[in-house]
Design a binder for this molecule. Structure first.
Ligand SMILES: [Cu+2]
Length: 163
């Protein structure tokens, strides 16, 4: 009886720590980037691009490097800012930095995901599938699949691309 118990305890300990490790690594993976309140701006007819917005919080240092969706040929990570008195958008070539534990807002007039060469109009009150592509500090890529609601918002005025 004693021998069984002593043999069983290390086994159980190993099993428990293996389980703990597994669930820890699973959580770290599953929650590596928290995505909140994603939305895409509805388009008017013949409009070929649309912005997608959300807030992101990474558990460890990450970068948002791209996005893809079946409804657009291209998804890029953009920054918009005022240059002089003109709002300009530009591609963030190295991606958007997501420092660990910090909420980064993608919102109109600031960082956003730009969907270009839209294959269809984005209709208010529908949803689009969106895949976000992240790279961690070691350069390892991961992806997150989202369902993004399409919302109509007040027009932001003229935008100019600076490429
Ligand atoms: Cu843009």
């Amino acid at each position: 009886m004693t021998t069984v118990r002593t043999a069983l305890i290390p086994f159980l300990r190993n099993a428990v720590s293996a389980l703990a490790l597994f669930s820890l690594s699973y959580c770290a993976w599953a929650q590596s980037v928290l995505v909140q309140n994603p939305w895409a701006r509805a388009t008017v007819q013949a409009q070929k691009s649309a912005g997608v917005f959300m807030s992101l919080e990474a558990a460890s240092d990450m970068r948002l490097v791209g996005a893809s969706t079946p409804v657009a040929a291209v998804g890029e990570v953009h920054e918009m800012r005022l240059e002089g008195d003109v709002m300009k958008m530009r591609l963030l070539k190295g991606g958007l930095e997501l420092p660990a534990g910090k909420t980064v807002e993608l919102k109109p007039g600031s960082f956003h995901i730009m969907l270009m060469d839209l294959k269809t109009s984005l209709i208010k009150d529908t949803t689009i599938p969106l895949t976000l592509v992240f790279v961690d500090a070691k350069g390892v890529e991961s992806k997150t699949e989202l369902t993004v609601p399409v919302k109509a918002m007040a027009h932001m005025g003229a935008m100019a691309h600076a490429n």
